[in-house]
Write a protein that binds this ligand. Structure first.
Ligand code: 5GP
Ligand code: MN
Length: 339
C-alpha cells in the first residue's frame, strides 16, 4: 500500500491552483458528499475549483450544498475537457481506477496536471501522484474528514461541509450498520453533528423522498426475487421493459439489493438491472460475512468494489446473465454456507 505523502501535498496546496474534483460514474451519496465537501475545503483555502461528475445522479442527492455548481461531463463534454486540460490538480474521489469515470476517461487520459486519489475501494490503481487509499474505512467521506485533519485544517469545517460528509458516511455504512463502521466513524459523525450536520433532516432528504415510480419498481423487483436457499443466495432482476413501464429515473433502484440480505439465512444478494442504451446488465452484489463479492465481481462480471458490496456488468441478455449467474454458484456453495 502506497503511503500518502502529506508533506508534499501540503506544499503543493500552499499556492493557489486550478483544481477539478471528480466522483465515479453513477455517483452515490459518498461520491457526491465527499466531492462537494472536499471542493468547498479547497475553495476555502484559496483554490479555483470545479466539481465535474461523469454523468447524472439521483434527485435525492441534489440538496447538497454546492450541488448547483456541479458540471455534468455527459452534458458539457467540451467545456469539461477544457477545465480538465487546464487543471493543475485532478482529485478523483470514491473510485480506484480511472475507467470508473465512464466517458470522462478519454479526457482524463489527456490531463497534464497531477492526480490525487482519495478512496476506500480495494486494489487502487497507481495513476495518482498523491494516493490516499484506506480500503478498511467506511467511506470516502470519512477519509475526507481525515485528509482535512492531516492537513491541519479541521477548523475550516462548516455546517455545509459537515452535511455533505454526514450524508456520505450514512449512506455508505447503511446508516451505521455495516462492519466498517467503527468507534472512530462515530467520533467523526459526532463532530460533524456538533458543527451543524442536521442528521435527522439528511436522513429524511435521502431516504424519505421516494417517488411512486420507485416504490412500484421495488414491488416489481421483490416479486421477481429468486431465492436459492441451498446457496444462501437471493437475486432480483428488472428488465428494461419493467423499468420503462414504471417510469424509471436514475437512482430509483438504489438500495433494492439489500432486501435480499434481509431474508433469514441469505448471505449473498444480487440485483440485475437491464440497460438497453448501454447494452449491458448492471449488477449489484452484496454479501454478509467472509464471502468476497469484490473477488466474485472481478472474476466473473468485469467489476469490483469492496468485500461486502461490489458492482459489475454483463454483456449477455438478461435471461442468459441470470442463467450464467446460477451456473457459477455451485463451487461457492461451501463458502456461502459456512457460518
Ligand atoms: P453498486 O452496487 O452500488 O453499484 O456498487 C457497490 C460498490 O461497488 C460501490 O462502492 C461501488 O463504487 C463499487 N463498484 C460498483 N461497480 C464497480 C466496478 O465496476 N468496479 C469497481 N472497482 N467497483 C465498483
Ligand atoms: Mn464510497
Amino acid at each position: 500500500m502506497k503511503k500518502t505523502d502529506w508533506q508534499s501535498l501540503k506544499e503543493r496546496l500552499s499556492s493557489p491552483l486550478k483544481i477539478v474534483v471528480i466522483p465515479h460514474k453513477n455517483p452515490d451519496g459518498d461520491a457526491m458528499g465527499s466531492c462537494l465537501a472536499w471542493a468547498r475545503y479547497l475553495q476555502k483555502t484559496g483554490h479555483e475549483v470545479k466539481v465535474i461528475a461523469p454523468n447524472e445522479y439521483p434527485k435525492f442527492l441534489k440538496w447538497m450544498p454546492g450541488d448547483d455548481q456541479v458540471m455534468i461531463y455527459d452534458h458539457a463534454a467540451g467545456h469539461a475537457e477544457r477545465l480538465i486540460l487546464a487543471a493543475d490538480l485532478l482529485c478523483t474521489l470514491d473510485f480506484n481506477a480511472l475507467s470508473r469515470a465512464g466517458n470522462m476517461l478519454k479526457s482524463l487520459e489527456k490531463a497534464q496536471g497531477e492526480f490525487l486519489m482519495i478512496d476506500h475501494h480495494q486494489q487502487p490503481d497507481d495513476y495518482a501522484r498523491y494516493t490516499y487509499s484506506l480500503p478498511h474505512l467506511s467511506s470516502t467521506c470519512e477519509m475526507v474528514y481525515g485528509a482535512i485533519k492531516e492537513l491541519g485544517d479541521l477548523e475550516l469545517l462548516d455546517a455545509e461541509m459537515s452535511g455533505c460528509l454526514y450524508a456520505g458516511i450514512m449512506t455508505d455504512t447503511g446508516s451505521f450498520k455495516y462492519p466498517a463502521t467503527t468507534a472512530e466513524t462515530h467520533r467523526v459523525v459526532a463532530h460533524l453533528i456538533e458543527i451543524g450536520a442536521d442528521h435527522s433532516l439528511i436522513q429524511r432528504l435521502i431516504f424519505d423522498n421516494n417517488s411512486p415510480a420507485r416504490l412500484n419498481l421495488l414491488g416489481r423487483a421483490l416479486s421477481n426475487m429468486v431465492q436459492l436457499p441451498e446457496m444462501s443466495t437471493a437475486y432480483m432482476s428488472l428488465s428494461q421493459e419493467e423499468l420503462d413501464a414504471e417510469g424509471y429515473s436514475k437512482g430509483d433502484t438504489e438500495g433494492f439489493v439489500n432486501y435480499g440480505l434481509s431474508i433469514e439465512g441469505i448471505r449473498f444478494a444480487v440485483l440485475f438491472t437491464e440497460n438497453k442504451e448501454e447494452g449491458i446488465i448492471k449488477i449489484s452484489f452484496r454479501s454478509i460475512g467472509d464471502f468476497s463479492v469484490n473477488s466474485f465481481a472481478r472474476e466473473h462480471f468485469e467489476g469490483g468494489g469492496h468485500q461486502n458490496a461490489a458492482g459489475g456488468r454483463s454483456r449477455l441478455s438478461l435471461q442468459e446473465t441470470l442463467q450464467r449467474f446460477e451456473s457459477l454458484l455451485p463451487p461457492y456453495q461451501k463458502e456461502l454456507q459456512s457460518p
